[in-house]
Write a protein that binds this ligand. Structure first.
Ligand SMILES: [Zn+2]
Length: 267
């Protein structure tokens, strides 16, 4: 299995990172993709990667919840990583729109997302997109880019929790859906939304340390918890668990390690 989105770095994981990695490997997690958050998370993310370079892969981007007063400084720091050490990063992320925490700066969030999508398109890299209560704005940005003849990047709508029509639109635009802990919540109804959609366009993720699946709610999430997520997705899709693990892993490699990449094979 591959965890396509986990913030498994920083203080919370410093002391038991060895254990987090070994228990993940033990249950069949072979690779974990680390999305960046802001200027302050770059060093801790790189530290975690340095400790387990074959297991972790890094993304670089500015999270929508970090779009604030110091935007130019934050975005400048992220852009500097792309200018100086682009080879270290396999995707632009975490980027996106969040209208759950903040509704008063959607325009700015859209501009920042647009600019980071440009970086992805220019470099031929995928994106990991956070979209919380903001599908209207996300689709508006898609239309805006098309209007300007600007390509959309490929990638993942991470922690997808939208409606059926939103899932279909994301697939139509070429994106994959990142399926996480929410698929294990009986009341969320995500399983019904996904049923019948192509498994070939889904990838697994934990969004560790957030969004812990049942039965680990209330505990910090970790990559080993992909197991109940894969099981819940299998149930929702009426598929074998082993097939869900296999297909989602293949999908993840196709999205994040395209053929021209030299880092294709699993360590
Ligand atoms: Zn995230």
């Amino acid at each position: 299995m591959i965890d396509t989105h986990a913030h498994t770095y920083g203080k919370a994981f410093e002391s038991d990172l060895d254990q987090v990695v070994s228990e993940a490997r033990l249950v069949g997690v072979e690779r974990v993709y680390l999305p960046n958050i802001d200027a302050a998370s770059i060093a801790p993310m790189r530290d975690a990667h340095e400790r387990f370079p074959g297991f972790f892969r890094m993304m670089m981007g500015l999270h929508p919840c970090s779009v604030d007063e110091d935007l130019e400084e934050q975005l400048g720091r992220v852009e500097q990583e792309w200018n100086v050490r682009a080879v270290d990063y396999c995707a632009v992320g975490e980027i996106g729109l969040d209208r759950y925490w903040r509704k008063d700066n959607t325009d700015v969030q859209m501009q920042v997302l647009d600019r980071q999508m440009d970086w992805a398109v220019e470099r031929g890299l995928p994106v990991s997109v956070h979209c919380r209560e903001a599908f209207d704005a996300l689709f508006e940005l898609f239309e805006h880019r098309k209007h300007l003849n600007k390509e959309l990047p490929t990638g993942v709508i991470h922690c997808f929790t939208g409606q059926r029509s939103e899932a279909e639109r994301c697939l139509d635009e070429g994106f994959h859906l990142g399926i996480g802990g929410v698929v294990t919540y009986p009341k969320a109804g995500l399983g019904e939304v996904l049923r019948g959609l192509p498994l070939e366009r889904m990838v697994l993720e934990t969004d560790s340390p957030y969004v812990s699946p049942v039965p680990y709610r209330g505990k910090p999430n970790r990559p080993a918890y992909l197991v109940p997520i894969a099981a819940a997705l299998a149930l929702a899709m009426d598929e074998d668990e082993s097939r869900v693990r296999e297909v989602t892993q293949r999908n993840a490699l196709r999205v994040f390690e395209p053929p021209m990449s030299v880092k294709t094979s699993l360590a």
